[in-house]
Design a protein around this ligand. Structure first.
Ligand code: PMT
Length: 360
């Protein structure tokens, strides 16, 4: 009797392999379980109410150079886009899960926390030893306070932090998977500035990378860093053997796998996915945004340039012409196309404060 022919095993998908490899090699953040439990409770609560929910990612991810991290590479982002957008989504009736870089701007408190003035400058002494808002700030502060309290009391806002690129990716994957039951009521709005390069843990130094050879004699058996770090010794223009020699540091980074494909196809296949594309060269912005959309097949890419991000963005969507949104009150360098209302534009562009300098 012939053995039955085994059914053909599909070839492993490269995106799945990259995912398995990345997530097994890079340890999760220590609070992942706690954050996942909070996110699950938040998502289930709003899913049961049939309410739309948006996951906003905001702020920049870091790339640690050492396991016990003293030095890291950072990605540009203050969190203005994410924190401002969160307020507008709340206004539109969305529950907001705000996954942000620790200590970057937060919805509501952003109006005061990173202001040019110290937040104490918004306050004055009141009667009987109390502290109250300055008269000129009181009306706006009361308005912001009420909105904040309302969001908090109605359980409409959950704020979770990340720091490094691997924290971010672990958190994003866990939360995106939890959003599956929301179906099309789930929106992922990826405004975080995500590192493209990182140091893999097997090439990362355990301790602080030394800038001189002063500690070499302490650990004679010390293995030379295998490593991302190419050290070269300079003689400090001093031939004395007692003077520690300075070292240059060459860092060799690996590419971070792009997980947008996994997000779109596996983690949150029914959710609406909006990603941002940041560039500095205006000639390539739309091209790169369109390329990202074609490659990952999600719903919308919002393109912005570092220098003009606060007052203009471009929407690149499948089957639609590119649509520029500009805040009309702010001078801009190119002619306006398709200006929407200032309120719409401000919600996406990150709201230019009246007294905010235009240059980043
Ligand atoms: O916070 P602000 O100061 O207001 O600034 C806002 C902003 C400029 C940071 C924001 O508007 C913005 O553009 N965010 C996206 C920046 C970014 O990471 O762009 P990117 O071209 O590197 O990535 C594009 C997309 O690919 C992102 O949605 C990201 O989630 C995704 N990505 C990126 C890197 C990576 N390794 N994997 C990814 O999946």
């Amino acid at each position: 009797m012939m053995d039955s022919i085994p059914s053909e095993v599909p070839p492993p998908n490269l995106h799945d392999l990259a995912e398995d490899h990345y997530f097994s090699a890079n340890p999760p953040p220590k609070d992942l379980d706690k954050h996942t439990a909070l996110a699950r409770e938040f998502i289930d609560y709003h899913a049961a109410a049939g309410r739309p929910l948006v996951l906003i990612t905001s702020g920049g991810t870091t790339v640690p150079l050492e396991k016990q991290t003293v030095r890291f590479i950072d990605n540009f982002s203050a969190g203005t886009r994410g924190a401002t957008s969160a307020e507008y989504f709340l206004e539109a009736g969305y529950a907001v899960l705000f996954l942000h870089r620790q200590f970057s701007l937060l919805p509501f408190s952003r109006h005061y926390s990173h202001a040019t003035d110290c937040f104490l400058d918004f306050l004055r002494e009141g009667p009987n030893g109390s502290v109250v808002a300055r008269d000129e700030d009181a009306a706006k502060m009361l308005h912001v306070l009420r909105k904040y309290r309302d969001a908090r009391d109605k359980h409409m806002l959950l704020v979770l932090p990340f720091v490094s690129i691997s924290d971010y990716l672990h958190e994003l994957r866990s939360i995106a998977r939890l959003m599956k039951p929301l179906g099309p009521l789930g929106l992922l709005y990826l405004a975080a500035a995500v590192s493209d390069f990182f140091v893999p843990p097997d090439r990362m130094s355990e301790h602080k990378i030394q800038s001189t050879d002063a500690a070499d004699s302490v650990d004679k058996k010390k293995e030379p860093a295998k490593s991302v770090v190419d050290e070269e010794t300079f003689d400090n223009f001093d031939s004395s053997p007692t003077v520690p020699r300075s070292k240059s540091l060459v860092i060799d980074l690996d590419p971070v796998p792009k997980f947008l494909k996994n997000l779109v196809e596996g983690w949150s296949p029914q959710g609406m996915i909006v990603s941002f594309k940041l560039e500095t060269d205006p000639r390539i912005l739309v091209h790169k945004a369109r390329y990202s959309l074609d490659r990952y097949q999600h719903h919308l890419v919002i393109g912005n340039l570092l220098s003009t991000r606060k007052w203009e963005v471009v929407f690149v969507a499948p089957g639609s012409p590119d649509r520029w949104i500009r805040i009309p009150t702010v001078p801009h360098k190119q002619s306006s196309v398709g200006i929407s209302t200032p309120a719409d534009a401000a919600s996406i562009a990150g709201e230019v404060e009246k007294d905010e300098p235009l240059d980043p």
